[in-house]
Design a binder for this molecule. Structure first.
Ligand SMILES: [Zn+2]
Ligand SMILES: [Zn+2]
Length: 549
């Protein structure tokens, strides 16, 4: 910290990656190289950039000061050889803060962030060598571990010889870490939802996941064999009954497209080979098509379940081999075509919003421009355009569109325009239909807020500190320009407040009474711009006031 302060930066600056260039300059290092090696935190996307790779903020933490006990000891020993104090030489490595690195690749021991003697968390105020309790954190606290996954991450960051894992190497590093965790958890017994994992579980999952990824796809196929072992005994049939969360969450759920794209093909192949689905049941394509349940289709069409099923059957939209009473996946474009054919469906049902709002939405100029005039049904076309922009893995898009519009006071049409223009990021919720299925990143709506250009008397009074009655009389005499339904332009209000000052304010500044101010100014020939009887407060034009030196 003292070092950071010595060149005008705080410890926070250093640890968050700001002023790195300055730091490098002072230390006589190549600025570009240090910037590359320093974590750069992007709070908006909740990611950290390190060595040209992107990590989730959750995978990188300064909450505690992690270290490899042997690296620290080695530093101290080296210092002894050079003949300088050990605390000058013992330094943190940039990768010690990456949580998915659990084992030092050099010493094969687990990273630690607690004092072995008093149990307190090491923080950035205490040194690396000695805990605040006085205990030294030497090699005696080492626990051995498998460095394979740490090596993989460090290889990606160009900090050690790379481990080649073709199926993970094409993904962003954060996706690769997450994918390994999920793959590793697929070895667990069948469960409809992903079992809760602790930090220690995740360490094991990542190692197991890496092994599966290195033995692709044989490793996963073997895991899947074990998963479907009890399939015949389960009451329901189908892919969820066979694979549980490995299918519902990893192939269809909120995981990144990279993960689902990798896993879905293997699960499909396995399901066909094990006789769980027929080869022509195209539910799990290589790139996982967005699907829809019959219940959602019913909502879309505005029918009851039975009529929906009949309509779908007549149109041949039900996948062959799907059994009655078992959830089956539909192609949303087929349902869309069907609903367009069923003339009776009102736009509000297609959009899943109120009738007035649907009418307003379809009358919006900007949206009409985005929908091709030959698109036929405008409501379906709009839902289609928005759905096509969805990013399946975007977990941060988690607020329903209508709720986000309400929360941020943005009209629905403006939000839809924002989505189409690519300024609002979206994801689809499979269990809903129309615009109800659209989840957005709420923060993306902030720039779409209509600027508040009209102000009411109350708003002006609140902002200026003037009395209501005074504001009302100022509005009446046109001090803020033309009033429309009792409201005036905010710019005019701002200009007025910049150019005027009340006697009350002047008296406060000068520690005297309003009456004294008025009398003094009167003597100097300055009259108020507004005052009794029309306006109950004395208001002066700033330019009329004498300059006080
Ligand atoms: Zn080490
Ligand atoms: Zn301690």
């Amino acid at each position: 910290m003292r070092f950071a302060r010595s060149f005008g930066a705080s410890l926070r600056d250093l640890t968050s990656g700001r002023r790195v260039a300055l730091f490098a300059d002072r230390a006589g290092l190549d600025a570009a190289e240090v910037v590359r090696a320093s974590p750069l935190i992007r709070a908006r996307s909740r990611t950290v950039e390190l060595h040209g790779e992107v990590l989730q903020l959750g995978d990188w933490s300064l909450r505690s000061r992690r270290r490899c006990p042997i690296c620290v000891q080695t530093d101290a020993d080296d210092a002894g050889q050079i003949g300088i104090p050990a605390e000058w030489w013992a330094t943190s490595r940039s990768w010690w803060d990456i949580r998915s690195i659990d084992v030092c690749p050099e010493h094969h021991v687990r990273m630690i962030d607690r004092c072995a003697s008093c149990g307190s968390l090491h923080d950035w105020k205490s040194g690396l060598l000695v805990c605040r309790c006085g205990a030294t954190n030497g090699p005696r606290v080492c626990i051995e571990g498998d460095p394979a996954f740490s090596r993989y991450v460090l290889g990606r960051l160009s900090l050690c010889h790379p481990t080649l894992v073709p199926v993970l190497d094409g993904m962003a590093l954060d996706e690769a870490v997450r994918t390994a965790e999920l793959l590793g958890a697929s070895r667990l017994p069948w469960s409809p939802v992903k079992p809760k994992r602790t930090y220690a579980d995740e360490v094991t999952d990542r190692l197991q996941g890496l092994r599966l990824a290195l033995d692709w796809p044989a490793g996963l196929l073997k895991s899947l064999d074990e998963l479907v072992a009890g399939y015949d005994l389960r009451p329901a049939q189908g892919l969820i009954a066979a694979y549980g969360w490995v299918y519902s969450e990893m192939c269809m759920g909120d995981v990144s497209q990279a993960t689902s794209g990798l896993v879905a093909g293997v699960v499909r192949e396995h399901a066909v080979r094990s006789g769980i689905i027929a080869r022509d049941e195209d539910r799990l394509g290589g790139d996982v098509p967005e699907t829809m349940t019959a219940k959602t289709a019913a909502k879309c069409l505005g029918y009851g379940y039975e009529r929906t099923r009949r309509t779908l059957e007549q149109a041949g939209a039900i996948p062959t081999g799907s059994r009655r009473g078992v959830a089956f996946a539909l192609d949303p474009s087929a349902v869309g075509r069907l609903s367009r054919r069923e003339q009776s469906v009102p736009p509000s049902a297609l959009l899943s919003i109120g009738r007035t709002q649907a009418r307003k939405l379809l009358r919006d100029e900007g949206l009409r421009a985005a929908i091709r005039p030959d698109a036929g049904d405008q409501a379906s076309a709009l839902v289609g355009i928005i759905s096509s922009l969805a990013m399946p893995g975007d977990r941060q898009a988690n607020v329903p569109l209508s709720a986000a519009c309400r929360n941020m006071s943005v009209p629905l049409a403006a939000a839809c325009r924002g989505i189409i223009e690519g300024n609002v990021r979206v994801r689809l919720k499979g269990s809903e239909a129309g615009l109800r299925a659209v989840l957005v990143r709420q923060a993306d709506l902030a720039p779409l807020r209509k600027p508040r250009d009209r102000m009411t008397v109350e708003a002006i009074a609140r902002q200026s500190g003037l009395h209501h009655d005074a504001v009302r009389s100022l509005v009446r005499c046109g001090a803020f320009g033309e009033a429309e339904r009792g409201q005036v332009a905010a710019t005019a209000v701002r200009r007025f407040l910049d150019e005027h000052v009340t006697a009350a304010e002047l008296s406060r500044d000068r520690n005297t009474s309003s009456t004294a101010i008025r009398r003094t100014l009167e003597k100097m020939g300055v009259v108020p711009a507004f005052g009794p009887p029309e306006c109950r407060q004395l208001i002066y034009r700033r330019c009329d006031l004498p300059t006080i030196h």
